[in-house]
Design a protein around this ligand. Sequence first.
Ligand code: FE2
Length: 161
Amino acid sequence: MGTHLYKTRLDLGEETRDKVATLLNQTLASTIDLKTQTKQAHWNVKGKDFYQLHEFFDEMAGELEEYVDMVAERVTALAAVALGTVKVAATNSILEDYPLTAVTGEEHLTALADRYATYGAHLRKAIDLAENLGDADTADLYTEISRTIDKRLWFIESHLH
Ligand SMILES: [Fe+2]
């Protein structure tokens, strides 16, 4: 999934920009996927905790929407092309497909816990990759997202005890 690089005055080398943009585009695809999966839970959850979970899932989806924009714009700041259509996201996401048969709060929470954990592990790996490629700003962006995702995993898992 190599990405086209534009000419830029930015003081990061082409190899760094190429590798970091490819990593960010994988994150972009996965973030779009996770956002729509979280919306799927927001719309379809049923049971006695409906309203609380309906609102909780929407808050998480809203957060992810902000990260979609931040990640895409970091790609373009590196003078590369952000790959952010849903069709590309569906192909490049690292996440498992969402179980469309999920109904209860527990089923949706478990599905989201699994996916937030996968996404969180990807972010933590990406912090080190970006750092090692000499892009501290991208590492910082990953750190910010990672901190929120860890917190959200805690919230999700706390419902499951
Ligand atoms: Fe809604």
